[in-house]
Design a protein around this ligand. Sequence first.
Ligand SMILES: *[C@@H]1O[C@H](CO)[C@@H](O)[C@H](O)[C@H]1NC(C)=O
Ligand SMILES: *[C@@H]1O[C@H](CO)[C@@H](O)[C@H](O)[C@H]1NC(C)=O
Ligand SMILES: *[C@@H]1O[C@H](CO)[C@@H](O)[C@H](O)[C@H]1NC(C)=O
Ligand SMILES: *[C@@H]1O[C@H](CO)[C@@H](O)[C@H](O)[C@H]1NC(C)=O
Ligand SMILES: *[C@@H]1O[C@H](CO)[C@@H](O)[C@H](O)[C@H]1NC(C)=O
Ligand SMILES: *[C@@H]1O[C@H](CO)[C@@H](O)[C@H](O)[C@H]1NC(C)=O
Ligand SMILES: *[C@@H]1O[C@H](CO)[C@@H](O)[C@H](O)[C@H]1NC(C)=O
Ligand SMILES: *[C@@H]1O[C@H](CO)[C@@H](O)[C@H](O)[C@H]1NC(C)=O
Ligand SMILES: *[C@@H]1O[C@H](CO)[C@@H](O)[C@H](O)[C@H]1NC(C)=O
Ligand SMILES: *[C@@H]1O[C@H](CO)[C@@H](O)[C@H](O)[C@H]1NC(C)=O
Length: 864
Amino acid sequence: MKVIHNMTIHLLLAMIGTFVVIVGAQTQEGFISLDCGLPVEESPYDDSFNGLTFTSDSAFIQTGKSSRVDRSIILSKQYLTLRYFPEGKRNCYNLDVKRGTNYLIAVSSVYGNYDGLNLDPSFDIYIGPNKWISIDLAGRQNGTLDEIIYKARSNSLDICLVKTGATLPIISAIEIRPLRNNTYVTKSGSLRLSYRVYLNNSNGFIRYPDDVRDRIWDPFFGSSYTQITTNLDVNNSNAYEIPKTALQSAAIPKNASGPLVIIWKPKPSNAQVYLYMHFAEIQTLGPNERREFDVILKGNFNHSGFSPTKLKVFTLFTEEPMKCDSEGCRLELIKTPKSTLPPLINALEAYTVIEFPQLETSLSDVDAMKNIKVTYRVSKISWQGDPCLPKDWSWENVNCTYVDLATPPRINSLNLSKSGLTGSISPALQNLTQLQELDLSNNNLTGPVPSFLASMKTLSLILEGNPDLCKTSLCNPTKKKKFLLPAIASAASLLVIIVVVVALIFIFRKKKVPSDQHAPSPPSVPVTDIGNNSQSESSFLSTKIRFTYLEVQEMTNKFERALGEGGFGVVYHGCVNGTQQVAVKVLSQSSSQGYKHFKAEVELLMRVHHINLVSLVGYCDEGDHLALIYEYMPNGDLKQHLSGKRGGFVLSWENRLKIAVDSALGLEYLHTGCIPPIVHRDIKTTNILLDQNFQGKLADFGLSRSFPTGNETYVSTVVAGTPGYLDPEYYQTNWLTEKSDIYSFGIVLLEIITNQPIIQKSREKPDLVEWISSMITKGDIKSIMDPNLHQNYDIGSVWKAIEVAMSCVSPSSIRRPNMSRVVNDLKECLLSENSRTGESRDVESKGSMEFSRGIYTEVIPKAR
Ligand SMILES: *[C@@H]1O[C@H](CO)[C@@H](O)[C@H](O)[C@H]1NC(C)=O
Ligand SMILES: *[C@@H]1O[C@H](CO)[C@@H](O)[C@H](O)[C@H]1NC(C)=O
Ligand SMILES: *[C@@H]1O[C@H](CO)[C@@H](O)[C@H](O)[C@H]1NC(C)=O
Ligand SMILES: *[C@@H]1O[C@H](CO)[C@@H](O)[C@H](O)[C@H]1NC(C)=O
Ligand SMILES: *[C@@H]1O[C@H](CO)[C@@H](O)[C@H](O)[C@H]1NC(C)=O
Ligand SMILES: *[C@@H]1O[C@H](CO)[C@@H](O)[C@H](O)[C@H]1NC(C)=O
Ligand SMILES: *[C@@H]1O[C@H](CO)[C@@H](O)[C@H](O)[C@H]1NC(C)=O
Ligand SMILES: *[C@@H]1O[C@H](CO)[C@@H](O)[C@H](O)[C@H]1NC(C)=O
Ligand SMILES: *[C@@H]1O[C@H](CO)[C@@H](O)[C@H](O)[C@H]1NC(C)=O
Ligand SMILES: *[C@@H]1O[C@H](CO)[C@@H](O)[C@H](O)[C@H]1NC(C)=O
């Protein structure tokens, strides 16, 4: 038995001669190896011990100063220089990475009395907006090396050093290695290394080139172990690519009938732990010999009857994070009665989970700010790292909107007054789509005020004190005063309206000779395209579904009965031809935004027809009066029913599933039945309406977009939708695809299942998705379900529905199913619920179903 203390590895002394290096045998593909503070003229060089090619860090950071350590002990070359940061609270490296790739990130710092003060620094390191680690170099003459496995959230990675006290942050080396995406996968968070060892009683560590991923393997051996080794080649081909040299030795217990035990204390003691165990049989077994043992992690799992493969690696790892008790984590390998040989283990890695909950500032804002920074050569020391986060060190002269950790902040104001700006107004500003205030006063800007500024509705723009700006006809010649842009804005929006109307005329003309309503329509003019100007008529052309305002007044009996109020106006009850009931949405005339949505909706509903989409009866477009006339849905919306606001009767599980299938069919039609496909963008329970038979239909197409072509994604300039239902990936990247609807639909399903608010502060986990995940982990299904259902449901169909919903709300869009898949799965749920109805079955007996938990084996071994 042996206790491993949770070691922060410090291996910085070069271990000369402990292993032979085959320089150049491997590729170092995707490696980033920075020797911080290295003068550019000495860059790059190959490390003489391991052949890694190091470069100077100067291209990746604009701040800080270089220095050399004062030490007589021989260090690896990369620790001889360092970068320190006398200015600014936060200084950041910015590195190019690949979004979605899992990286091993290692940062090392060796103080080496570079400043002659003999004061060991302490400081913090952040990854993007999230704190990774506090470094304290007191008593660490050999420096520190900290490692993490982190999945890149964008194509750019910020590693920031933050001053926390009197001493200056320092950094010696940054090493980044891409890992295979299918390795070291966590349920959430990143992995901080506890230890990574191979069982050998030598004292040499292993890293690149033996390890193609350049992980550092320390030797580890207990006094109660016996070492076995082989000279034969061990096949290391599995996803983890364990170095062969690490597999060629193993430990067995000295007492051949006793267990092999490894104990360690994770930090913090309640941390979630992931363990990766690598086994290979490296002894030649006789005909009657057999090695078989149980792998037991106390309190977490028991994998019985494991037999290592001959000269071939086999990796066992925890798929779910495990928790160890106050005595620490305890791994036991126990020989089974059948076995003639003691258990063995070759290599072992343990990690603890570190959560990085704060999402970065919206990617499009970050890109725009970087662009602006470069264009105007802004050299403010605070303009490094994430512009909005952490709040305390957000960029000077930039203000942001913050919602919660899971919502990327957005930039809402920018003050570049007196910043010495020259040249024209950067088009990158238009990508700051949430900007409310922009102060460019007192610079030397030239050229015209671009029209995009005018189309940013709520923007307050200050341009005074730029003598050479604003010489075009559009501009206001009096530039003494701060001027807001309503004039230009309305001119521009008029232009937008005109173009849109032209576009609609074009579309409607095409629609005038429809042969088959269900045939795919020709691609429409992209409605967002404010292309070339042309002369136009002032209203929609007439069609038979067009109503006058007088007719609208008549059909609603002078707006007698309001049914509800939506985002863009009030909905009234009405009657056409004295018989057909309709719902009339009267748009508030004020916003041109409203007009845009009005137009989008008319266009869309004219070309799509489906039983599960609310159909358009007509519209009114007369001067200021805009109205949409839909078929009447007597049973209101799904939300009202779930919340009991409709007479208090409870929708049965079966009914809920039916409505879910209906809405899924409507959405499937938009995604796959329409050419080009349509993204609804505002799927939510209030937009699912119910007809007299409780058939569900999707409504409110005001935000819908169709794609220019088939499978392409679409970058929209304004993220739209309803908070809570909004796809976080879309929100962050502005990349709009059908998958965003699928996310929203997943939220709807979760509401149908739980009848819980999407966000509820008083809940253990305020976020519905997180809350459900935690309940699922506990296997606690009854507390997930809407209590109003009184457990009157088929538990199998419930599980299935939860599974579908959870896959829809996967943070990564590629993991979400498509709508056809969702439809099929929901139909299955409905079938299994239907088969229950009428039968009396013991619901309780099936209530204990659990998601599979525990150890995962990389290739499934059959228990023998
Ligand atoms: C990991 O996944 C990302 C995105 O899914 C991909 O771009 C990258 O190439 C993958 N990396 C590796 C090493 O497989
Ligand atoms: C630094 O490394 C040397 C050589 O391995 C070792 O003797 C010494 O104890 C280490 N110092 C610390 C503080 O770990
Ligand atoms: C493991 O131990 C054996 C015997 O002690 C030694 O020959 C071998 O070099 C060691 N392996 C490594 C990678 O150091
Ligand atoms: C190693 O094992 C893999 C399959 O597990 C096999 O495809 C490969 O050929 C083996 N390599 C050697 C050198 O035997
Ligand atoms: C060896 O282990 C077995 C089983 O745990 C135990 O019964 C026995 O006493 C141990 N022998 C020695 C010498 O420790
Ligand atoms: C592990 O599982 C095996 C077989 O299921 C059983 O014999 C053994 O007692 C279990 N050990 C522990 C510690 O639960
Ligand atoms: C922008 O900063 C300047 C000082 O540099 C200040 O005078 C001005 O009021 C600021 N503008 C806004 C809109 O806050
Ligand atoms: C940001 O907010 C602060 C405090 O609310 C305010 O003083 C400052 O003027 C704002 N900055 C900009 C650029 O608007
Ligand atoms: C705005 O953002 C889009 C998408 O990120 C990008 O392609 C475009 O170049 C940006 N525009 C400017 C002017 O930076
Ligand atoms: C603008 O440029 C002129 C000369 O090119 C210079 O004298 C003046 O100070 C500049 N103004 C600002 C506000 O930078």
